[in-house]
Design a protein around this ligand. Sequence first.
Ligand code: TYM
Length: 332
Amino acid sequence: MADKKRAFSGIQSTGKLTLGNYLGALKQHVSFQDTYDAIFCVVNLHSITVRQDPKELMDNTYDCVAWYLACGLDPKKAILFAQSHVRAHAELSWVLSTFTQVGELERMTQYKDKSKQHKQNVNAGLLTYPTLMAADILLYNTDVVPVGDDQKQHIELTRNVAERFNGIYGEKFIVPEHYHPPVAARVKDLAHPERKMSKSLPGKGCVLLEDDPAAVLKKFKKATTDNEDQVRLDAENQPGITNLLEIYAATQGISSDAALSQFKDSRYGDFKVAVGEAVGASLAPVQDEYKRILADRGFMDSVLKDGSARAAEIADAKIAEIYEAVGFIKRG
Ligand code: TYM
């Protein structure tokens, strides 16, 4: 274990997970468990920056756990836990908030988007969200953070905060690297290929991980394309077609160039059906596994209990080191 590099990532338990979460995160995350010392967290503390119904939040948290396990996460190899079970996240977040400028936080795209989306509740947590995310990552001496493209800005802020802290107190934090997948780092909405597929914007162009093959196919058949009449990889001029090629490539585990060579002579209608069918077929076995696991909360509770105990061991040691560095008296 000790000679392996550490990977850490997280998913918010808000709303239903999408094909974007699957291709850009879940599927990628699981592939880290063999080569990295991997830690995955359902970040339910982050979720409450947007008002949540308590029962739904709890259900969504189990949902994320079930999806992680259904995607092949092996709790004997990787650590899987709920953020609210390890207190050091909130503790380190407070310390780091005093090393983060309000101006930096105000510049975060996610903050700008969310504060427009939730005008009636622009709470302080929405603004300080990235300091909690930095705490998640830095608590575990993380080397690499696998996430989709949309999280890049948060990882950069994490690196800046770590460097700033280290500059004052010595090398306390590892400055983590951002890893994003070679394809499908930003899966676009099928109906609006200019924007990210997002669980906070569910609609006819958003494929949910739980959609059955018929529902998946229906959404792909209606995907927005263009008038070029030729399948090409050209994100700028053909965002819809390029998105479909990337989705297909990520689903099949091939490069987008390889996907292109399969479809370059296809008509749009046939192409959309082929991609929709491939996605539906690849999700079906994962969905069966998800349903089986979701029905067994006892099992998920035991995974979370074990995961949080292992996570807390690392996190508690780190927060003790940081508290000492800043000059807090050790608890007697
Ligand atoms: P969240 O919950 O929005 O998304 C979870 C993961 O899914 C990726 N993702 C996508 N990838 C490709 N295409 C898309 N359309 C798409 N939509 C979402 C995200 O990039 C992410 O990897 N702030 C984070 C959660 C978080 C976190 C952390 C992540 C909190 N603490 C520490 C890593 C490390 C978020 O809101 O992700």
